[in-house]
Design a protein around this ligand. Sequence first.
Ligand SMILES: [Ca+2]
Length: 451
Amino acid sequence: MDMGNWSNVKMPPQSPVVASASSRGSVLYSSLCEEAFRPNIPMIIPSIDRFPAILLIFMALCLDLHAFTHNGAVPADSGVINVKDYGAKGDGVTDDSDAIQEAFAKNSGSGSVIFLPNGTYLVSKTINWRGAKNRNVLQGESEQGAIVKLSDNNPAFQDPTKPRPMFHTGGAPAQRFQNGFRSFTVDVGQGNPGAVGINFCANNTGALRSVTIRAGADGKAAGVSGLDLTESEVGPLLVKDLTVIGFDVGVRVRQDLNSVTLENITLRGQHVAGIDNESNMVFARRVKSDNTVPAVVNAGRNAIFTLIDSELRGGAPEQAAIENRHANAVLFARNVQTAGYGSALKDSVQGSLPIGTIVEWCSDAPVSLFPGELKSLNLPIEDTPDVPWEPVEKWVNAAKFGALPGDGKDDAAAIQAAIDSGAKTIYFPHAREAPRDKRANNPGLGGQLCS
Ligand SMILES: [Ca+2]
């Protein structure tokens, strides 16, 4: 059956713009901005001349301090945990597994950033985020320059029926707050058909940003999935600026609750599906897919998928760009361009949509509290904010003006002096020397802000 009628606009009870008592879930873009209020890296304040200091601090709280697309460089005295201090070489030859694991083991839950300077870090086993469930962050110096690569033909990563991730953050209970991956590349190497790039879990706050996950250097090696969001109680979390090249599935989502939000996702060269959602709530914006297989599969009876402002290209005559497979699965699509496939969308109940642009479509009957046209309001969506990431040479360390953590002394004048210096970026180094209980409260601005 060809629905054909593009004006047949419908909207799900779970839509962002329709109130509903539906039990199928109501978390939509809620996780987009939550992370913004929980910085746990050396704090930076992008300042604006003549703004009162207190306003600057407030602004910093409201900005997303994790946003530094493709760039994670930090000053040497920022207090990050450099994996090279734990013996990692980053030379592409030495096995750095134990060094990186040790960096996590010694600093788990401290709020410190585990930092990968540019280089290729060869690993031979899964890096587990053992220890504290939350406040674990792995950050590279740059997305393209900091690479963690699995050793080729690794015996532990051979069985696709028992997928094994290179990074595993753990799952339930849903207490994994503020966990993050940023600005680096994961490469599962050659000859590892059982490999997964990253098995990631964060809850309420936490994000994966500016990360490339690839199956071999050219993305043509074997691999189960790039980003695995299948741990029990995964989400709500944010994935932003992710590129996945190769693998059977680019992003695999499972579990029945909490939701995941995907923004600026580039997918290409997958063998089964770009994004495969079995049963969670997925809210995806700006997905760019170049695949012969379906870009989006919404598979199970509890699967809910919102897809907007996306481009799904490549295709094959016998394939649909989007598949909504289960009769109970809910899918809402708006402003989705498709090309190269046999159809834009295949729904298990309603049939297929012709190739082209999906203006707005939904699998379920619309619901509204008010009279009027039953379609989404198409309200503007604000991006999660990005902080300009200046060259680190221009950053100013507040400690150099006398703002010292853990000494019990008023730092207001020192922070003011740092702001008055004219620097646009002021940072507060992570206070590794302070006892952990004091770190959480230094230096008087709140633990989340300054850790
Ligand atoms: Ca002080």
